[in-house]
Design a protein around this ligand. Structure first.
Ligand code: NAD
Length: 279
């Protein structure tokens, strides 16, 4: 059994992760942290988020912080909080020999460098960090990477629920990075794209945010949505659209559980699910 703790246990993702860990035969939910639910039993807390936990895991008491975690013998900690908290929680994991699985978004490239420093040492525990734990989303980003050297025109539309705090989404930023890296690493075979034709912007922001290398990203926030993204490539007389939809947060669970099971044997910092999935 792998002994697992969850940071952000009362949140939408954290509650779903607690339920998935409690349901897995080879994983043991031994600790849960969330200041908004401190002192309550995790079984009651995830119930409010529409999830359920049966069995002894339901009786785990939610802690306000990681104080006293050592006594639970936790081996892997999962973080779905906010960027400012994730920085502290991941530093705690590194200092306390606990492997980390982090899905929190809003982390910058500087944060990534810090994670590399914290988890890169041979004696340090390991960390898997992914902006999106859905296997379908990992495949969407891989497809975008493959297309990037062949079609220059590309814009991304990401659509999320109305409680999301960061924009654009971590998935959109990661997709931009991969498209740009793929273009740099491969000889391009596409015709050069004309400059953006927009001369008059009648509504500020209408053309979206633009990356340093010119990829535009548009963020939609609406109730009813979960996590969705379209990558639209455009060329002479044709477009190619890659679309991924997460309709429920359970879509992230196979990827989270894969990372929890594999992080102990995956040295250092691993970004994204791709290497765990073998592509
Ligand atoms: P949420 O607001 O529902 O939950 C966040 C929870 O973290 C809250 O309950 C909050 O009280 C708690 N928290 C804050 N600081 C904490 C701390 N120091 N220790 C412990 N808990 C703390 O948010 P959410 O929708 O569950 O999303 C959480 C994060 O996961 C966001 O960054 C979101 O973008 C990201 N996310 C990632 C994926 C992925 O696949 N990687 C998928 C969905 C969401």
């Amino acid at each position: 059994m792998i002994r697992v703790a969850v940071f952000g246990a009362a949140g939408r993702m954290g509650a779903t992760v607690c339920g998935a860990i409690a349901d897995a035969d080879d994983l043991d939910l031994v600790a849960a942290v969330d200041p908004v639910a401190a002192g309550r039993m995790i079984g009651d807390v995830v119930g409010i988020a529409g999830r359920s936990i049966v069995g002894p895991a339901a009786l785990v008491e939610v802690a306000a912080d990681a104080h006293g975690f050592e006594a639970t013998g936790v081996q892997v900690a999962v973080d779905f909080t906010v960027a400012s908290s994730a920085r502290q929680n991941l530093a705690w994991c590194a200092e306390n020999g606990v492997h980390a699985v982090c899905g929190t978004t809003g982390l910058s490239l500087d944060d990534r460098a810090e994670l590399q420093r914290l988890f890169g040492d041979a004696n340090a525990p390991n960390c898997v960090q992914a902006a999106n734990f859905s296997i379908g989303a990992a495949l969407m980003m891989r497809c975008a990477e493959i297309c990037a050297p062949y079609i220059e025109g590309v814009e991304i539309i990401e659509l999320h629920h109305d409680r999301k705090r960061d924009a654009p989404s971590g998935t959109a930023l990661e997709t931009v990075r991969r498209i740009e890296t793929s273009r740099r690493e491969h000889t391009t075979t596409h015709a050069s794209l004309a400059a953006d034709p927009t001369e008059q912007v009648m509504l500020v922001g209408t053309r979206g945010g633009v990356s340093e290398e010119g990829v535009r990203v548009h963020s939609v926030r609406l109730p009813g949505l979960v996590a969705h993204q379209e990558v639209i490539f455009g060329s002479l007389g044709e477009t190619l659209t890659i679309r991924h939809d997460s309709f429920d947060r359970v879509s992230f669970m196979p990827g989270v559980l894969l990372a929890v099971r594999r992080v102990g044997e995956t040295p250092g910092l691993t970004i994204g699910l791709e290497s765990l999935l073998g592509f």
